[in-house]
Design a protein around this ligand. Structure first.
Ligand code: S3P
Length: 440
């Protein structure tokens, strides 16, 4: 067990070989699509973070039998899910608890919109504070009745769905794979063709995974954006699949390896889907020595990665790049503190609506280590290189901030204490164990 407040010392050297937690986004979707499919699905190597556990519990509450077949040596789980399929889901007997997980709440809202029963989706204090109007508005336009605090823009959301929804043509005002996915999943139950027009393309796992299950989802690139189309009426087929390692988890080790002066780290079987690899590409643009060996592509491309100590340069990150690397921005800010020059991260406003206000968390936390970080409007500005010193910091119970500060701690001079360190378990339960594995 990781204590809530953890003390970390700097690391003299970082070396070793790690296997990553199963991709969080793909693990959620694997379980949800197994619920919608009729019959037996098997998901190998799902992440075992608290968020994915929330999804697994809800899949069970909606009428599927969810069994853990076992777990591998890094703690990833093999699930077997037996489901009656999306035409025969069960009305839940109690509130569906999404915990800290925005993906669970928003994607299940899309699924429940197309079900002929009522359900309540809720979560912890962080999730209750996050914006839900972005999914509630399109799902209402499709015919679902949704209530909740602040005119249904906050959880808990009470959803009364219907078996047959209306197709919509929607251009979400924010770049969000969760919004796109909620609409696409509801689109399975709509009469006609549902379209989502993204101004900036977001992660495309829902589209890929539905296609792998025989559902005709069409996508067409348009500038930075993407048009996604789905026809109502299909039922996804059950299948067996393997979840790749999580590139958003990999980013912590890639930055650790790049900024630590004596490091060489290998990461096995990391997902490198083009809509998820922006963190890797931005780090490379900063000059990080990241090598990539392709491992093949069964629906989701994968690679083994290797990183070694590197001299980093500041870069300018535009809004579409920021959106594509949204989960990696906190750790990229840490990389920027060690890069020569001024790094500007433009259009990062969405970070205010994550598990915490990540803009405030990054600025306060990295400044405590001595870094030069500012927020101007929706931009983050980081000047480097700055030697970091040990600090007392607060993760705001946000997993990505906890892990960012842990990597800062091992490259800083002196001792660091992180309040809320155990929140790493939201996406990466073995994070601190892996940190000790590569610390020499
Ligand atoms: C996710 C989408 C992103 C991301 C989150 C996972 C997903 O959220 O930040 O960690 O699995 O679809 P938004 O859709 O809010 O950008």
């Amino acid at each position: 067990m990781v204590p809530a407040t953890l003390t970390l010392e700097p690391a003299g050297r970082l070396a070793g070989d790690l296997r990553l937690p199963g991709d969080k986004s793909i693990s959620h979707r694997g379980l949800m699509l197994a619920l919608l499919a009729r019959g037996t699905s098997t998901i190998h190597g799902a992440g075992d973070g608290a968020d994915v556990r929330s999804t697994a519990a809800i899949v069970g509450a909606l009428g599927a039998e969810v069994d853990q077949l076992g777990r591998d040596d890094v703690g990833n789980v093999d699930y077997r899910v037996d489901s009656p399929g999306l035409d025969a889901l069960a009305a839940p007997g109690a509130t569906l608890d999404c915990g800290n997980s925005g993906t669970s709440l928003r994607l299940f809202a899309g699924i429940l919109a197309g079900q002929p029963f009522g359900a309540v989706l809720d979560g912890d204090a962080s999730l209750r504070g996050r914006p839900m109007g972005r999914i509630v508005e399109p799902l209402r336009a499709m015919g679902a009745t949704i209530d909740g605090p602040a005119r249904g823009t906050r959880a808990p959301l009470t959803i009364q769905g219907r078996r047959r929804l209306a197709a919509i043509d929607w251009a979400p005002p924010v770049a969000s794979a969760q919004v796109k996915s909620a609409i696409v999943l509801a689109g399975l139950r709509a009469a006609g063709t549902t379209r989502v027009r993204e101004a900036v393309a977001t992660r495309d796992h829902t589209e890929r995974m539905l296609r792998a299950r025989g559902v005709d989802v069409r996508t067409r690139a348009a500038g930075d954006g993407m048009l996604v189309e789905i026809d109502g009426g299909a039922i996804p087929a059950a299948l067996e699949e393997r979840v790749p390692g999580d590139p958003s988890a990999a980013a912590f080790w890639l930055v650790a390896g790049a900024i630590h002066p004596d490091a060489e780290i290998q990461l096995r079987d990391c997902g490198v889907n083009p809509t998820r690899r922006m963190g890797i590409d931005l780090l490379r643009r900063m000059g990080a020595g990241v090598e990539e060996r392709t491992r093949g592509d069964a629906g989701e491309p994968r690679a083994d990665l290797r990183v070694a100590s590197s001299a980093l340069q500041a870069i300018d990150i535009g809004p579409a790049e920021t959106a594509a690397a949204i989960d990696e921005i906190p750790i990229l800010c840490l990389a920027a503190t060690q890069a020569t020059g001024r790094t500007t991260i433009r259009g990062a406003g969405e970070l205010r609506h994550k598990e915490s206000d990540r803009i405030a968390g990054i600025v306060t936390g990295l400044r405590a280590f001595g870094a030069r970080v500012q927020n101007q409007g929706d931009d983050l500005i980081v000047d480097g290189p700055t030697p970091l010193h040990g600090a007392a910091v607060d993760s705001l119970d946000d997993h990505r901030l906890a892990m960012t500060f842990a990597i800062a701690a091992i490259v800083a001079g002196g001792k660091t204490t992180i309040r809320g360190a155990s929140s790493a378990a939201i996406s990466y339960p073995a994070f601190f164990r892996d940190l000790e594995r590569i610390r020499r």
